[in-house]
Design a protein around this ligand. Structure first.
Ligand code: UTP
Ligand code: MN
Length: 391
């Protein structure tokens, strides 16, 4: 029955259209530095996503949590008109377009973007010509804008993992590298690649980050990096920090220069015989040897789109083994999942969960854990695997 199939398809479209509309409102709120509103719309979008079947009438939404007046108005608009007028006009607005462009620059947050927009800066071109002094992060962000706004694939994440594993193993044998963030949740694309590094012997991880960063820099793998020191202090009686999204691990925010496998280019430039170039295709884009072609070749015109590498945002975090389970849990996300988990810990269990520790407010002590499973057990929750933490 073609007709029926078609209408089911339409329903599905409406269903995801309302999710998309709510997600866009969330994004706009976040870009506008209104995180509270952002969370409300994200929750509403997550509720819509979790429904077992397409919504055809508003009555189906009765009694559902997290759907406020505003979200319901948007959903009704989508149901009745196929789109939300509010969202459509927001998408067309100069303000939204400018916010998206400017906050798309690495190193530029909502506040800075808003300030620039008030000064009449709406485009990258205007920003470049504004005479504003940009900090190092923003300069790198502007320089690698296109690359950094292009999604990172799982294959690219794995290529970077191989590089990171190699350097970590060479500067501290026995140290362990774990891929976290969205890729650990099984996502196929991401905006960056997140790694957590530890060593099975407490204290051995001290000094590791600077060695890793120096090695990466000396090999030309880093286009930008900023390392912040560990500022977490464990105290015996109360949590050293309140549960929040901020953690205090030693962390390196970086932009990697990832070689892309383009054997045809090597051939085109006459730099390598084809068979050698093809042989290289098998080695996952890893370029550690000094004579590799990809990092050194300047393309004839030097055009961005034909360069043999791309810029990728990479976060490196070092954790002592005693905090590792909490760090993995905290850095695996999603952000919404983490927020819900911490809320559960606080409200239902009177515990404070962070990426460093779990503190029992009633027993007035820290609860140790050496795996994510143990943390879920402390929280009286069934273990939720990373792939189910995407909501
Ligand atoms: P990301 O922002 O990298 O998100 O944070 P993601 O889930 O990997 O998705 P992409 O990268 O957009 O594809 C990953 C996790 O790390 C935590 C976040 O809470 C999130 O759960 N995180 C991030 C921190 O704990 N601290 C930070 O400073 C940044
Ligand atoms: Mn990530």
């Amino acid at each position: 029955m073609g007709g029926k199939k078609e209408s089911v398809q339409q329903l599905d479209d409406t269903y995801s259209a309302s999710q998309d509309a709510l997600s866009l409102l969330a994004e706009n709120a976040e870009l506008s530095d209104q995180d509270g509103r952002g969370v409300a719309f994200r929750r509403a979008a997550a509720v819509m996503k979790s429904l077992p079947e397409p919504v055809t009438s508003m009555t189906q939404l009765r009694g559902l949590p997290c759907l406020g007046e505003h979200s319901l108005r948007v959903i009704r608009d989508v149901l009745e008109n196929g789109a939300s007028r509010e969202v459509e006009s927001m998408k067309q607005s100069k303000q939204y377009k400018a916010l998206k462009v400017l906050t798309g620059v690495f190193g530029v947050g909502a506040k800075t973007a808003a300030r620039w927009i008030r000064e009449g800066i709406h485009t990258l071109h205007q920003l470049r010509n504004s005479g504003h002094t940009l900090n190092r992060a923003q300069q790198a962000g502007l320089e690698h804008y296109d690359d950094l706004n292009q999604q990172v694939s799982k294959a690219e994440a794995e290529a970077i993992q191989q590089i990171v594993e190699e350097v970590v193993a060479s500067v501290l044998p026995g140290a362990k590298v774990t891929l976290t963030g969205g890729f650990r949740r099984g996502k196929l694309m991401g905006h960056d690649v997140d790694f957590l590094i530890t060593h099975p012997e407490e204290g051995k991880e001290v000094g590791l980050m600077s060695k890793v960063v120096s090695w990466l820099e000396s090999q030309g793998f880093l286009l930008y990096q900023k390392t912040t020191r560990n500022s977490y202090l464990v105290s015996d009686d109360s949590p050293a920090l309140p549960p929040s999204n901020m953690d205090r691990f030693e962390r390196c925010l970086s932009i990697f220069k990832l070689a892309q496998d383009q054997p045809h280019r090597a051939k085109q430039l006459g730099a390598l015989p084809l068979d050698t170039a093809e042989h290289r295709r098998g080695d996952s884009g890893l370029q550690t040897d000094q004579d590799s072609c990809s990092q050194r070749i300047q393309t004839p015109g030097g055009q961005e789109d034909t360069k043999p590498w791309r810029a990728v945002r990479v976060d490196l975090v070092v954790s002592p083994i005693s905090q590792f389970a909490f760090a993995v849990l905290g850095w695996t996300g999603s952000k919404l999942f983490e927020r819900e988990l911490r809320r559960w810990a606080g409200q239902e269990k009177a515990m404070s969960l962070s990426s460093h520790a779990l503190y029992d407010n009633k027993k007035r002590k820290y609860l140790q854990a050496s795996s994510e499973e143990e943390i879920f057990a402390h929280l009286d929750l069934e273990f939720i695997p990373p792939s189910e933490r995407n909501a």
